[in-house]
Write a protein that binds this ligand. Structure first.
Ligand code: HEC
Length: 321
């Protein structure tokens, strides 16, 4: 019988290491080249397990192919256990191998702090009253009667504003002495309306556009008073108080926020605030106040009109449309 060599043992160890390295680093690297993504596609743990298991099975078959093969494979192990590589090597090996296995088992079984597998449900529907879905903002489309009423008020220069802005407008008027109170609103549609009003031929369309400008004006004022501290001037969720909250105020300019929900939902959300959300939405405490306690329906709708306008977004259209 020829003297058994140590080659077979080391080729088994090397093959295992090689396959492991290939799956662990090789595939992700190649995947990156192929997909040209800025990140590698990692191999899932279960797949890694299957690959390694198959490798072990194949090596086992190879090693046990004949008595000779097995003898070759076991040769260095036997020598090691007999202490033929030195007593210190044997002692180190006998401590190291169980320690490594133990550490691996410990690592697998220890409970870990992990990121939650699902994101927070920001728009839960379970307690959202379905009838709200069809709610329309009463200020986004005025009826003909409302427009006519507005024209009459404007002709008499007696447009009524919400009390929150009236006092400021009065002192502005005292100082500026404008021809018309609506001059306080400096947008283009209002300008056109005032021109037509002065010329004595107002069209309903112009008046309708001007009426929305008035609602937006009021809505913006209410937004500044109530929402700006958290949601910010730029409606990007960066108000002066925003940094104080772990769950940051929503950035309305983000595509994933108010644009993805129907107006009725926004209204419900503003009305009920953070405390109104169901449990599945609140692993964190939300600082969003319950606005139905402080603002009338009219005020809430005007703010929402301004909120979408400031963010330059349009609400989602309800499914039924
Ligand atoms: C005290 C800070 C604070 C104030 C003031 C505040 N909010 Fe919020 N708001 C938040 C926080 C925090 C969130 C995000 C957490 C959550 O989802 O409840 C939020 C979420 C929202 C959302 C949900 C957006 C979405 O995509 O689901 C809307 C709409 C909203 N706020 C509108 C308003 C309006 C309108 C006002 C003023 C009337 C206002 N907020 C005032 C803190 C505030």
């Amino acid at each position: 019988m020829k003297k058994p060599r140590t080659m077979r043992f080391w080729s088994v160890v090397l093959t295992l290491l090689l396959v492991y390295a290939l799956v662990k680093w090789g595939i992700p690297t190649v995947s990156r080249e192929i997909t040209e993504l800025p990140f590698p596609l990692t191999v899932p743990g279960t797949l890694m397990f299957i690959y390694m298991l198959l490798t072990v099975v194949a090596l086992f078959l190879l090693v046990t192919f004949s008595d000779e093969h097995l003898e070759e494979f076991l040769y260095p192990i036997r020598r090691f256990l007999r202490g033929e590589y030195g007593k210190v090597t044997r002692a180190a090996g006998l401590v190291l191998v169980p320690a490594l296995v133990g550490w691996q088992v410990y690592d697998v079984t220890i409970p870990k702090v992990q990121q939650p597998s699902s994101l927070r449900i920001q728009h839960p529907s379970s307690n959202f009253p379905k009838k709200n879905e069809a709610l329309k903002n009463p200020f986004s489309a005025a009826t003909d009667d409302e427009v006519d009423g507005f024209i009459e008020q404007a002709q008499a220069n007696q447009v009524s504003f919400i009390p929150q802005v009236q006092a400021d407008l009065d002192s502005w008027a005292e100082y500026i002495e404008p021809d018309h109170m609506l001059e306080a609103i400096t947008t283009a549609p209002m300008h056109t309306f005032l021109q037509e009003l002065a010329a004595g031929n107002v069209s309903r369309d112009t008046a309708r556009a001007a009426l929305i400008e008035k609602h937006l004006f009021e809505g913006r004022a209410l937004y500044s008073m109530n929402c700006r501290p958290c949601h910010g001037d730029s409606v990007a969720g960066d108000g002066p108080m925003a940094d104080g909250f772990k769950l940051r105020p929503i950035n309305f300019t983000d595509n994933g926020t108010i644009e993805t929900i129907v107006e009725g939902y926004t209204f419900w959300r503003v009305s009920n605030g953070g405390p109104g959300l169901p449990t599945e939405a609140t692993p964190w405490d939300s600082a969003m106040p319950v606005w139905k306690l402080n603002l009338t329906e009219e005020e809430r709708w005007k703010i929402i009109l301004a909120e979408y306008d400031l963010a330059q977004k349009t609400p989602r259209i309800p499914e039924s449309h």
